[in-house]
Design a protein around this ligand. Structure first.
Ligand SMILES: [Zn+2]
Length: 100
């Protein structure tokens, strides 16, 4: 299955949109723990469709590299692409052993 050719990314973003107050909460929390000047490059592991990547780039005025998938063939269903932080295969639930 080619994830990008489905409606899943669009639906995911619509379902998980960050409300303005939620964005402000995240930015406030980031400001408390990380100085803006200390960050110039962010690796957003498990970025999904990038909904936090844009927030991070704007907040820190930094370059963000999103890594959303790793190639690993599921022994049960054969799916070969998974989120970088996946523990289980989404379609079949098989435990994955990703070594990213
Ligand atoms: Zn599977």
């Amino acid at each position: 299955m080619d994830y990008d050719k489905t409606e899943i990314p669009t639906m995911y973003d619509k379902a998980r949109v960050l409300a303005p107050e939620t964005r402000r909460l995240w930015q406030d929390l980031l400001s408390v723990h990380i100085g803006r000047a200390a960050v110039s490059l962010i690796i957003d592991l498990g970025c999904g469709t990038g909904r936090f990547s844009e927030l991070l780039a704007g907040h820190f005025s930094a370059q963000v590299i999103g890594a959303r998938r790793v190639h690993y063939k599921c022994a049960s269903c054969g799916l070969s692409e998974h989120e970088t932080d996946a523990v289980h295969c989404k379609p079949c639930g098989t435990l994955l052993h990703l070594t990213t």
